[in-house]
Write a protein that binds this ligand. Structure first.
Ligand code: COA
Length: 294
């Protein structure tokens, strides 16, 4: 089967949802999520972690020894995905260049880190998800790969994708568009297809597949609205739209459009609950929805 763009490099498919910061389903963070503010918080966390001898050298190299978030992230990412053939220094330089040229990437990185901290009560500070949460770092390397893909650097983007898959067990096609303020929790087994679009403020747990049915060509992957929670092991197949502020229950298989402000569950998934418009499931990482909010 011949797919569009196979011979001629990356195809940018037209997608059918708009991402908007005005959307009430985009969760609001309590903390300042500017790049500067996030870097300042990381630097404070690093200072407070110096007494732990096991990680003191790591923190010195990846945070204290850097001038800004871009330099630090480039060094962190390169240190995790370098290979004997494509070494740490060349990768660090390439990633850093993209972060400098495309400042919106770092803005998304900062927003992701803030929501990771706010939505996951297990994180004591910003530094833990920054250094140790593979879902966070894997997503940031995807953001860099996406910029490479969009500028026609298919082979470089594919290398980053393959290394994220090998090292973090999450496979996101570099063409996939991902909004900002995203929590990728646990991350193992996540697969996101080429023409997938993920809105702002989404939470994605382990084992989530956003894939094709195998019956469609072209624009064939799911479109996930803002503020959506994709629970563990949920599978969304085909060019279907999961509406804003909806929730896909654990282990469900979604084959049809999901209306906004609903929970769908089961195989195949069906609507099991309607939520109040004010409820943002992506923020409800304790999985509890106040019955009064139905
Ligand atoms: C969806 C979920 C949040 C429950 O939401 P809820 O609004 O409280 O829903 P309820 O438990 O009241 O269930 C409503 C109906 O959906 C069904 N249902 C709920 N979750 C389901 C699931 N994962 N698969 C199939 N059916 C499910 C219930 O059996 C119930 O059906 P019934 O009305 O016929 O009895 C929860 O089931 C879930 O999937 N949480 C995600 C947990 C997760 O991913 N954890 C990972 C942590 S690492």
């Amino acid at each position: 089967m011949t797919r569009p763009g196979k011979q001629n490099g990356p195809t940018l498919y037209r997608v059918t949802i708009e991402l908007s910061i005005e959307n009430p389903c985009v969760p609001q963070t309590e903390a300042d999520s500017s790049v500067r503010a996030v870097w300042d918080r990381l630097s404070v966390d690093a200072t407070q972690s110096r007494d732990e001898p096991l990680i003191a050298g790591l923190v010195l190299d990846l945070v204290d020894g850097c001038d800004d978030l871009g330099e630090s992230l480039a060094r962190l990412a390169a240190s995790r995905i370098a290979t004997p053939e494509i070494g740490r220094h060349v990768l660090e330089k390439e990633i850093r260049a993209i972060l400098v040229e495309q400042p919106h990437v770092l803005e998304a990185v900062a927003a992701d880190l803030v929501v990771s901290f706010e939505r996951n009560p297990a994180y004591p500070n910003y530094l833990v998800p920054y250094l140790f949460a593979k879902g966070f770092l894997g997503l940031q390397i995807h953001r860099v790969a996406h910029e490479m893909w969009n500028s026609g650097r298919v082979m470089a983007a594919s290398f980053l994708q393959s290394r994220v898959s090998e090292v973090f067990a999450m496979d996101i096609h570099p063409a996939a568009r991902v909004g900002s303020g995203i929590l990728v929790d646990h991350a193992t087994g996540i697969v996101v297809g080429e023409t997938c679009v993920i809105g702002d403020g989404v939470s994605i747990l382990q084992g989530v597949t956003l894939g094709g049915t195998g019956n469609e060509d072209g624009d064939r992957h799911p479109k996930i609205g803002s503020g959506v929670l994709l629970s563990a092991g949920s599978i969304v197949l085909g060019n279907v739209h999961v509406g804003d502020c909806s929730r896909v229950a654990a282990g469900s298989v979604v084959l049809h459009q999901v209306p906004p402000h609903t929970t769908v569950a089961g195989v195949p998934a069906r609507v099991v609950r309607h939520h109040a418009d004010s409820l943002v499931p992506a923020e409800q990482m304790d999985q509890e929805i106040d019955p009064g909010a139905e």
